[in-house]
Write a protein of this length. Sequence first.
Length: 346
Amino acid sequence: MKKAFFAKAGQMELKDVDKPTIQASDDVILKIVRTCVCGSDLWYFRGINPLKGGEENSGHEALAIVEEVGDDITTVKPGDFVIAPFTHGCGHCAACRAGFDGSCEDHDDNFSNGVQGEYYRFVHGQWSLVKVPGQPSDYSEGILKSLLTLADVMATGYHAARVANVKAGDTVVVMGDGAVGLCAITAAKMRGAKKIISTSRHADREALAKEFGATDNVADRGDEAVKKIMKLTHGDGADAVLECVGTEQSTDTAMKVGRPGAIVGRVGLPHTPKQDMTTPFYKNTIVAGGPASVTTYDKAVLLKAVLDGEINPGKVFTKSFTLDQIQDAYKAMADRQVIKSYVVID
């Protein structure tokens, strides 16, 4: 089978490797039909996260057909069409029961890695895989794109809105104009936010943010961004801030633009080793967030919302590639030629 690897910073390569096999009783072997490139993959592609070269891809989002199941798997069977979340919750530990399956306590290998290939060994698949009615051929490519977002970015955007307790009538600021930030706008609208301020500096992303529900946009950064956001909120600050980037600047701005008592929902993978918590203390700022509860949200809210046509988050995929074009898929995202690269595996 073909699988993508990091040859070095800025360079992907395909290798022929052995097809994965069942190794544990709760394993599921998946035949990947759609995958994609995530913004977090770019930390390696750009050389920000160190690479020795030859590591498997960090891809973690997929739609798939079940190929084979371990002895303990009763929830899916060969031939089923599934969403493969990047999280692998058990469904019964304290974290999963509370709706935080992204922090499942039952095992320490909670996250997918290496999904950008023809087959994948999905560990702990009994509860975490999400069945989709029918087969991929039953759906348009547009619907498949939206279903693929349920493996990560739409669920992650929803997580930001959920932990920030976004509710009807709220004013919300979304930090970040990547796929997660755009999906967070969709999530804020789903939960009833009245005013949603996006923070895009790119015309295509700003336009999609508006389509998804943003009412205003602030393209500035740093102190000027804080000033403009506060003006848009009449000096009050936002009820909730959804931080979908993870950089020091984005986090700092998020902490400054909420009203006293606001909740900052953080889902951007933190790249800030130290953070001043004194200012948020005096503003009574609540900080929440972490890995998304993908399976919980998909089963409870998001799968139905996509199938009913209530949301269309697949629009974040602005160009399609084949697995043989994985280098182009990464480079297009790294160069901001696309919002998110969609990979069709034939």
